[in-house]
Design a protein around this ligand. Sequence first.
Ligand code: AOS
Ligand code: ZN
Ligand code: ZN
Ligand code: ZN
Length: 424
Amino acid sequence: MHISRTTIAEHNDQRMFAHERRFNHLASETPQALSVLPLLEAFQVAIPSWALGAGGTRFGRFGLGGEPRNLEEKIADVGLLHALNRSSGAISLHIPWDIPEDAERIKALATRYGLVFDAMNSNTFQDQPGQPLSYKYGSLQHVDKAVRKQAIDHNIEVIRYGEVLGSKSLTVWLADGSCFPGQLNFREAFQRTLESLHEIYAALPADWKLFLEYKAFEPNFYSTTVADWGQSLLAVSKLGPQAYTLVDLGHHLQGANIEQIVALLLMEGKLGGFHFNDSKYGDDDLTVGSIKPYQLFLIFCELVEGMDARGMLHSRDLGWMIDASHNVKDPLEDLLQSVEAIKIAYAQALLVDRAALREARAASDVVRAQEVLQAAYRTDVRPLVAEARLRAGGALEPLALYRAGEVRRRLTEERGSGGRATGL
Ligand code: AOS
Ligand code: ZN
Ligand code: ZN
Ligand code: ZN
């Protein structure tokens, strides 16, 4: 199942007149819009392999038709997204859910869709069939050295899979923690985790990065051993220059100022990557920009400013990934919405009049500073994002084309409605 260039061109032709009118209006009102187009075109967001089917919650899962049944079909789904929006040119895999049995063939398949492999994800939060030792009481933190070794070896195995595929990073998310007071010695648990991470770090190829995700709670509800950005930063600082913190937007306690966290991690050169999603309560893994779009914009303001201050290339020097879970939406539609929301926030942040903002701050003109930010946020940049997509060969309205092409119905015909590959 794929959407041809001709189909995309026909779709664009039908919309071109209206698009040009909107885009020209924006470009005349916002002259700097034209200069940010190349940045928008270059920007790619990796799609997580585990978000292509229905996720579900601990209460149940409602499947949908045409879910990918294997790694090949997951790659095909991401290829489809990328053909539509030209901004989903990477996939993030998860081991053992996505073991590439024949890595060369998998790599060649991805290349055919124009995809590369972003960060590899290890899994020490579940026990796998036939696994000798259990992670029930933790993995890299476990009191039993043999369990720690099993978890370390697994992470090293994930790196080896990634090397063959051309990935350049490993994301470690640890469910490790405790459920009840008294269960764990916090200091010793952290030290054991760090010791284990050192062994994984030592196995990294020279051009790889290790991303350490943090999370306030869940699945452990009393303590998490890497619970916040300070604890992740502490660990990655001790590990060395190839280790970085990864920010998942849903992993903070309510009210956390994520944009400030991002600014300081960037300042320290220790921000490695992102898991974009949105949330109202906790790790809700909802569509990016669906709940707090202004927060997303403010985060992007810090990203753009902080990356420029360090001379970083936006499209290359951070791992941009989505981490989501779908209960009621078609995952592919949701991912199109998420990538669009990310690009809108990025475009708005690029349009901030930074000279004016600096002046307002220097004069302690609080009102003016807020006006400068909100002027950018309240600009309707959708025609700009669409123009970038058009120039890159994508569809003016990816979601409309996805629906017009009855993609889900066709996928269901092709794959059936019976099953899915392993995932969240
Ligand atoms: C878990 O809460 C983390 O966000 C992980 O990044 C991710 O959801 C997981 O690795 C996917 O299995
Ligand atoms: Zn995550
Ligand atoms: Zn999460
Ligand atoms: Zn999440």
